[in-house]
Each structure stands twice: as structure tokens, then as C-alpha cells.
Design a protein around this ligand. Structure first.
Ligand code: IPD
Length: 367
């Protein structure tokens, strides 16, 4: 990572996410306006990609152009992978190289945005050697759709610099994205005004009988085949295992506290980093959905690993990090060690408890 200034990359990612998120918010407000502009009501110019749950709007496209343009101007040598330019391209292989690369989802949770359900966001990640090292996620609609006195939530991280949650008000004052004067003695230094470190609470131990007692997030995704061997069927069986009473489902019942689906993998990962959610299990989403979230989770002290046991893994091997292009991700929250186990041992225990209950998914990348 020679020559890369992580502090600079962190605040640039945050600026991009807020600028693009402000645009999302303006578009949502324009849409909500009861007054036609030039006699015309707002048109999202909705298109269907793979199926009717896979949507594209003019907002996704414009937002990606906005982010890419700003990156090209500031870092002309860096590569860019964006959801919409990738989707429109012919080659669907994992195109990431070891070069410094921005991986962006201009609008994660497009379906939510279309419905004005608030969990949608901009996700801006930065990778080197295929590893996320900086990222920012901005969710501009979480506090409602108001033209005045409104605010949004920025989540961001960079390797070695911590993971942070920062309140952002509109109209946006860019000086918020500078270090507060009082932070000089903090370690790591507080990056932005009003930023608080993640997780919000001091890390808690993982319950001895986890996943019992855990909050579990998973997404239904966009693969909707009803066949008995389909990914959708396997996902539903896995969710059923996680929810069922202990002793149910042939011993796979996990009796989790609760199951949630937010419709945005990026925000799912944010809630793991905050410590609110114990487990996020997902198959089918893509590198732009999880790149920024991965560094936000890991800098908070959480783990991001494959959503099912890799075929190469032998007993006693260390559990590897998730491969960014694998479309299979499991995020586990930060946790405390106890007298009985270290934090890593506790996370490994929970990973294996999830793996024991999951049906192996098979998401391909077409050529
Ligand atoms: C989608 C969301 C969703 C996940 C899908 C993603 P998009 O992203 O993250 O939660 O289940 O797999 O594709 O298309 O709204 O950017």
C-alpha cells in the first residue's frame, strides 16, 4: 500500500458517499413533491434487469456517473468497478485485480428506494490487493424524508484507523469531515466532527448457546426460482433452521432472537459493525454490496468470512476471510473475550454454528 494515504482515502470515500447520498435525497424529495415540474410528475425511468426484483432507475445511473467522475478527477490512476457499469458490460467475471480499485454501489437497496423504504444507501469501497482497506456508507433517508432539519448517517472506516458513525445534517457542512480539535490524544484519532467509534457498546461476549439469543440478518435476494434445489429454496431452509426452536429441524434449530431483512447488504453489514446485529448471512449479492461494509465490520472488530465452509478447509485450519468476488458472505459482530475463550475463538464458534445450519448455495458469475 505504498504511496496510499489511508486518511485521505477515508475522507474522500466519506465525501463521495455524502455527495452522492445528497443527490439520492434530493431525488427522493423531488419525487415526493406534489407539484409537477414543467407540468410533468417525477419519473424514475424504471427498468428491469434480470427479473422484476432487479431494478434500475435513472437515479442509480446518474449517481454512479457522479461518483466515478469525482474519482477519475482526483485519482486518475485508480480503477473503478461500479454496479451499473458492470451490469451493463458483457464480461461478468470477477474483474478485480491487485491494483488500487474503487468498488461502488451508487444505490444499494434500489427496490427500497423505489418504494421509499428508508434502508437504502450509497456504498463506496476502496481495495488494494483485492482487500478492502477504506470505505464509507451513507444512508440519507433513515430519518425520514424532510426538506428541512433533516439528517442522515455516515458509516466509514479505513485500515488501522477504526470504524466510525457520524451524524450528517442537511444542508451539509463539509467542515464536519475534518478532525475535531479535541481529538489529538484519541487513539485512533477521531476522523470527523461528532464521529463516534463502532461498535456503539463495548464489545459483548457471544452467548454460550449462540445462535440462540442472536439477532440474525439475511436477504431474500433476487434469485427467485422455486425449484427444490434452487438458491431460494436453500436460503429459506437455512432461515427456517436458524429460527426454529432448539431440537427442531433435526437438531438444526437455532432459536435466534429475531430475523431481519433490510434489503441493503451494505446496511446489513453496518448494523453488524455497530454491534446491534450478531450475524449477517448472505449469498447472491456482489462485491459492490459488501466492499465498504467489509472494512467497516473488520475495523470495528468483527469478521467477514465465507457464508458456508469452503471445500478446501480442513479441521484445524484458520477460517479465511471471505473472497470479495465469491457472492457468499457471513459477517459476525465484534465481541469480547471471556475467561473461557478469546474473541476470535468465540467468533469461530459462532461461524461454525451458522455453517452447521446453512444449506450450501451456488451463485455463479456468468462469463
Ligand atoms: C441488493 C441489496 C440486497 C441484496 C441483493 C443486492 P442493489 O443490492 O443489497 O439486499 O439481497 O443481492 O443486489 O441491487 O439494491 O444495489
Amino acid at each position: 500500500m505504498e504511496g496510499l494515504d489511508l486518511q485521505e482515502l477515508h475522507s474522500f470515500a466519506a465525501t463521495l458517499a455524502i455527495d452522492a447520498g445528497s443527490y439520492l435525497r434530493e431525488q427522493a424529495l423531488a419525487r415526493a413533491s406534489r407539484n409537477p415540474v414543467n407540468g410533468q410528475h417525477y419519473d424514475l425511468e424504471l427498468e428491469i434487469k434480470e427479473n422484476s426484483s432487479d431494478l434500475l432507475t435513472k437515479v442509480d445511473l446518474h449517481c454512479e456517473a457522479l461518483i466515478s467522475g469525482a474519482i477519475q478527477k482526483r485519482f486518475p490512476d485508480h480503477k473503478i468497478i461500479g454496479e451499473e457499469s458492470y451490469s451493463a458490460g458483457q464480461d461478468k467475471r470477477f474483474l478485480l485485480t491487485d491494483d488500487p480499485t474503487w468498488i461502488i454501489d451508487p444505490l444499494d437497496g434500489t427496490v427500497n428506494f423505489v418504494h421509499l423504504f428508508p434502508t437504502c444507501c450509497v456504498s463506496v469501497g476502496f481495495c488494494v490487493n483485492k482487500k478492502p482497506v477504506a470505505g464509507a456508507i451513507f444512508a440519507p433517508l433513515l430519518n425520514g424524508l424532510h426538506a428541512t432539519n433533516a439528517s442522515g448517517s455516515l458509516y466509514s472506516a479505513a485500515e488501522g484507523l477504526g470504524s466510525w458513525s457520524t451524524p450528517i445534517s442537511f444542508p451539509f457542512d463539509p467542515s464536519v469531515l475534518t478532525p475535531p480539535p479535541t481529538s489529538s490524544s484519541a487513539s485512533p484519532p477521531v476522523p470527523f466532527h461528532h464521529a463516534v467509534p463502532l461498535p456503539y457498546l463495548a464489545p459483548q461476549p457471544i452467548p454460550a448457546d449462540a445462535p440462540k439469543g442472536c439477532l440474525f440478518l439475511a436477504e431474500w435476494g433476487k434469485a427467485r426460482s422455486d425449484a427444490p434445489s434452487s438458491n431460494l429454496t436453500k436460503k429459506v431452509n437455512t432461515l427456517w433452521n436458524m429460527a426454529a426452536e432448539i431440537g427442531g429441524r433435526g437438531g438444526k434449530g437455532g432459536m435466534v432472537h429475531g430475523m431481519r431483512s433490510l434489503g441493503s447488504a451494505a446496511l446489513d453489514m453496518v448494523y453488524v459493525a455497530t454491534g446491534a446485529v450478531d450475524i449477517f448471512w448472505e449469498g447472491g449479492c456482489w462485491e459492490w454490496d459488501v466492499c465498504a461494509g467489509t472494512i467497516i465490520v473488520t475495523e470495528a472488530g468483527g469478521r467477514v468470512v465465507p457464508s458456508q465452509p469452503p471445500a478446501f478447509l480442513r479441521d484445524g485450519d484458520a477460517i479465511p476471510d471471505a473472497d470479495l468476488g465469491s457472492r457468499l458472505y457471513l459477517a459476525i459482530r465484534p465481541c469480547a473475550s471471556t475467561e473461557k475463550e478469546t474473541a476470535t475463538e468465540a467468533q469461530n464458534r459462532l461461524i461454525k454454528e451458522v455453517w452447521r445450519r446453512c444449506e450450501n448455495l451456488d451463485y455463479v458469475r456468468s462469463k
